[in-house]
Design a protein around this ligand. Structure first.
Ligand SMILES: [Zn+2]
Length: 140
């Protein structure tokens, strides 16, 4: 009996990232409550504002953001290279998301309100050969 092996896939590292044919076509998305209009990053089962269980409209986010708050992480889990800049960024679509900012991790290199652009890249690969794509931001 022949062993079936699934072809390696390109997968998003987080549920609010959609993978395109190329990294330039990857995008973050949100869910907009059809009842009250509240916007959330990623998929959603219930609205935290009006308690409706949907329906939710999927909204494609652009690549722009600005720094809301940030910190510099100096100690991370063993396989993560530190230091790095961890941040919460505001999107013009009205949501805030956690991310890393790709800059030399020094306080003088990041400013509150600084304009950013999202990009994606390979973050890791599992033993079956599946590739995991992560999003990050860098100064615009
Ligand atoms: Zn709602």
């Amino acid at each position: 009996m022949a062993e079936t092996v699934a072809a390696p896939e390109i997968r998003p590292l987080v549920p609010h990232l959609r993978i395109g044919a190329t990294r330039e076509e990857d995008y973050l998305f949100g869910s907009k409550c059809s009842t009250c209009g509240a916007m959330y990053a990623g998929p959603r089962l219930f609205c935290g504002k009006c308690s409706a269980s949907g329906p939710f409209e999927e909204v494609k986010f652009g690549r722009d953001a600005e720094v809301h708050v940030f910190t510099i992480i100096h100690q991370a889990t063993p396989y993560v290279k530190a230091p790095y800049v961890a941040a919460i960024v505001d999107l013009p679509e009205g949501v805030s998301i956690n991310t890393n900012i790709e800059v030399d991790p020094k306080p003088e290199n990041v400013k509150f309100g600084m304009k950013l652009k999202m990009y994606t890249e390979k973050a890791s690969e599992d033993k079956e050969g599946n590739t995991y794509i992560a999003y990050r931001y860098r100064p615009a």
